[in-house]
Design a protein around this ligand. Sequence first.
Ligand code: 5GP
Ligand code: SF4
Ligand code: MG
Length: 457
Amino acid sequence: CGIFGVRGHPDAAAVTQLGLYSLQHRGQESAGIAALDVAGQPHAVKRMGLVSEGLLEDEAELLRGGALAIGHTRYSTAGSSTLENAQPVLARSRGGHIALAHNGNLTNATELRFELEEAGAIFQSTMDSEAIVHRIARSNARTPEARVAEALQGVEGAYCLLIVIGETLVAARDPRGWRPLVMGDLNGAVVFASESCALDIVGARYVRDVEPGEVVAVDAEGVRSAFPLPRLESRKCVFEHVYFARPDSRIFGGSVDRARRALGRQLARECPAPGADLVFSVPDSSNSAALGYAEEAGISYELALIRNHYVGRTFIQPSQGDRDSKVRVKYNAVREVLEGRSVVMVDDSIVRGTTTRGLVAMVRAAGAREVHMRVSSAPITGPCYYGIDTPNREELIAANLSLEEIAREIGVDTLGYLSLDGMLASVPTGPEGFCHACFSGDYPTPPPTDPDKLRFG
Ligand code: 5GP
Ligand code: SF4
Ligand code: MG
């Protein structure tokens, strides 16, 4: 998911809407904004679909003019994709309103929900995030940030949170720091965003990252920071650099573009493709890695696959019997580039292998003589419990097949993955403190007690 928040701007909701455009890649299922109006009353608008599909247009008047707003783009990892599960969550409690936007996935959500339900709580959604709202509402601590800190004791797993309590904006990041969260300044207004590209779009200046385990409160008196949670070794998600974040962002203190170039260059060193005529990417997520590969290998970079940018996730799914048509709706091959050539196809990751197989068939149909696939991450052998929607082990191709079997299954002449060490050595802030569990099996937490229930709500 993507989260964005601003306090101290004369049209906070409009700034938030703009910020969400740059966080659309982090979630396309639903989008929402919660804001205080000029009278300090809270409102929330939520929509299924994209930010550009009309979010804010109808209810704009409700939201306009207030100084405090938070927003969310949703990609469901816990709870199904329905409007009731869209965020921000807005609740009215005995202490006033609470609005919350969450990026991440809690690993003890089942237990937290059970405990609250036993105490009489009623849930309106199947999201793990709603439990945090209940816990904040129950806290008797004095300040908003103390209520958040109390609510987060015993909450396990991944979260970056933006929370409105009264007229205070609170930002919190879990002690492992799985997901990114940056802080910026917009003419004196304080801005928070999942990625720095959302600061750029609103014209804010990057100030710093919110640190793992940090709770930041912003109100009329200024910015306060505290570290109220038990310290743990950091586990920043390496897959943010590999695939999820935008290359024009800086996250975890480093550039995503530089990370992807380095991943591509390391891939070229580890898995060369002697005699290949050209390198191309599977747009857009592997563009930077493919450039890095081409630079290091000294092979020309070509645009061999064209992606249709107008196809969202909402297009009608073709029938099961015609798997390749889904790929054809999104991509097409350029025959003039591929015909008769030996080619290196670079992608950032292979998950199920179904898209890849369709793409390889398409590249061959356009005349490629040899297809050498190179992947700028290690094989994905396990699910993610921390906010990326990778499928269960049974569906992960690299959890079930050997390298040779995968190559045969996807139809390539040769296949090379980046090594785990090579991947970790390529991320900009050094290999320390990263989560690589879905690649290595080295999970920083026990699995959630009921991961399927979490996933499908
Ligand atoms: P596959 O061949 O496994 O079906 O698809 C591989 C493609 O999926 C790659 O191009 C990769 O960039 C993309 N990918 C990796 N992780 C995700 C994800 O979480 N969501 C989506 N929509 N695509 C992903
Ligand atoms: Fe990222 Fe993989 Fe860790 Fe999930 S398991 S947080 S995708 S590195
Ligand atoms: Mg891709």
